[in-house]
Design a protein around this ligand. Structure first.
Ligand code: NAD
Length: 493
């Protein structure tokens, strides 16, 4: 199979996108951006400072005054234009994502498809959810109505693992309701969002409606603290998410914080393993395990353990590692050298705490890409819920097999976990499914589905320390970017 061409060898020094222009920021500090399959620098990202944040916020605030008055029908036309332009660049943006992030091309295409679905859903929402409500005659001659009004300029802070999709859990909805944004993409994978800015330009989105400022922690914090920013959406790890939520609270800002995960995949004795295994493999090793919905703890209930272990390890060991632009590859590298070191640390920790390493991904051979940040599919057996590898988010291609006698034991372990992003059950039993789906304290629950990713018309849920706030991403964030106003009317005369 062919190795697809890279869109460009290098993306140079990235610029901010502010007030409809690509601008060189004031900062002089730039960090390298890598292609993780090759350990090659493919861009430099500006690590912006307060002045850069200030000018982007000013653009967003000024744009808001006009954007909120633009009729909804016109705002929706921009969203249609955005969708069409994204479709045209679908393949190119997918390849850019693979080049910067490392995920295989089909996963990058999947990310892009989901991203476009969010634009489509925002179009529908602009006419439905944003329509308002009304109840006549709540008392004699008195009518009551609820209208939604956009609040102002917001900040969007993105993670590395879905570098374009995660910001799009918010961008199209803000556009639909008439809010404006300053987006800070991940500094590790800034290129996909940077490329999408040229689409905002192409569709003539009014200047300032969506702005991009590159950088790290400092930019995130400056955005949250800025007096003209009304709130922040965040997707990233739990420790950072907690800090963001706290800072937002301190400054009296709205915050919608989607955070880290540790997901259990429970396999019941009646599960159809032949059909389920490929789906499980995609859950644990897709995106090299760097998904917030990825399986991490593989729970064997009762006597399915031996067969599950054998078939899972067999399938995992067949995954071909390589550069994601090679369409024959099944798993790409992890995102950075640092991420690789962190994952290797967890593997050592697992061994130290007594888990049995039955598939060792520490030194995979990837002949054409000897410098890439590869970690092979890894499986631990004899893992207990109190071990570090069973409790903490590894965010890499490492599966931990845990054995329980009953479904109740599995549910108890899931509910004891500090995380509550996703949980999955493989079973043929309606009773087990019902018990599981009703009892687990997790926001996204899969039944014979390894990656329970809600499509855009549903909120991207999350519970416990996987989420801070009330409203979630996707459809839910309409009410995050808007205020609800209730008008109670009586006409005298
Ligand atoms: P991260 O927390 O390291 O960084 C996320 C973003 O926060 C980056 O843009 C970073 O620059 C910024 N940041 C860092 N410190 C900050 C601070 N003090 N204030 C403001 N912003 C700050 O996360 P990551 O490594 O990029 O992403 C992986 C994590 O994201 C994993 O934990 C994963 O589970 C999680 N994630 C969660 C979801 C979800 O929906 N729950 C979805 C995708 C990823």
């Amino acid at each position: 199979m062919a190795v697809l061409p890279e869109v460009r060898k290098s993306y140079g020094r990235l610029k901010n996108y502010v007030d409809g222009e690509f601008i060189t920021p004031t900062t002089e500090k730039y960090d390298p951006v890598y292609n993780p399959a090759k350990d090659e620098v493919i861009a430099e990202v500006p690590m912006c400072v307060k002045e850069d944040v200030d000018s982007a916020v000013e653009a967003a605030v000024n744009a808001f005054e006009e954007w909120k008055e633009v009729p909804v029908t016109t705002r929706v036309r921009y969203l249609f234009e955005l969708k069409n332009a994204l479709e045209k660049k679908f393949e190119e943006l997918s390849r850019v994502t693979t080049q910067n992030h490392g995920k295989i091309i089909d996963e990058a295409r999947g990310e892009m498809r989901r991203l476009i679905e969010n634009v489509e859903t925002a179009i529908a929402i602009a006419y439905t959810l944003f329509k308002g409500e009304r109840l006549d005659q709540i008392a004699t001659g008195i009518d009551e109505e609820l209208v939604r009004e956009p609040v102002g300029a917001f900040a969007v802070i993105g993670p590395f693992n879905f570098p374009a999709l995660a910001p799009f859990w918010y961008i199209p909805y803000a556009m639909a309701v008439g809010a404006t944004l300053v987006v800070k993409p991940s500094e590790i994978c800034p290129i996909p969002m940077s490329e999408i800015c040229s689409i905002f330009d192409e569709i003539n989105l009014p200047p300032g409606v969506v702005n991009i400022v590159h950088g790290g922690k400092e930019v995130g914090e400056e955005l949250i603290k800025h007096p003209d920013i009304k709130g922040v959406t965040f997707v990233g790890s739990t420790p950072v998410g907690r800090a963001v939520y706290k800072l937002a609270g301190e400054y009296g800002k709205r915050a919608l914080v989607q955070a880290g995960a540790k997901n259990f995949v429970v396999v019941m004795p009646d599960a159809n393993l032949d059909k389920a295994i490929p789906n499980m493999i995609a859950s644990f090793y897709g995106n090299s395990g760097q998904r917030c919905l990825a399986g991490s703890n593989l729970v064997a209930v009762g006597d399915i353990y031996e067969e599950l272990k054998k078939k899972f390890v067999e399938a995992a060991s067949k995954l071909k590692l390589g550069y994601g632009l090679d369409e024959s590859v099944g798993m790409g590298p992890v995102v950075s050298r640092k991420a690789k070191e962190r994952i290797l640390w967890f593997i050592e920790k697992g061994i130290e705490e007594g888990a049995k390493l039955i598939l060792d991904g520490r030194n995979p051979k990837v002949p054409d890409y000897p410098n890439g940040y590869f970690v092979g599919p890894t499986v631990f057996d004899d893992v207990t819920p109190d071990m570090t590898i069973a409790k903490e988010e590894i965010f890499g291609p490492v599966a931990s097999i845990i054995r329980f006698d009953t479904l109740d034991d599995a549910i108890e372990a899931i509910n004891k976990s500090k995380y509550g992003n996703a949980a999955v059950i493989y079973t043929a039993s309606g009773a087990a499914e019902r018990k599981f789906t009703r009892s687990v304290k997790c926001g996204n629950v899969g039944v014979n589905i390894g990656i329970p990713a809600p499509m855009a018309f549903f909120p991207f849920a999350g519970m416990k320390e996987s989420f801070f706030g009330v409203l979630h991403g996707q459809i839910d964030c309409v009410d995050f970017f808007a205020d609800r106003k209730v008008i109670i009317k009586r006409w005298l005369g």
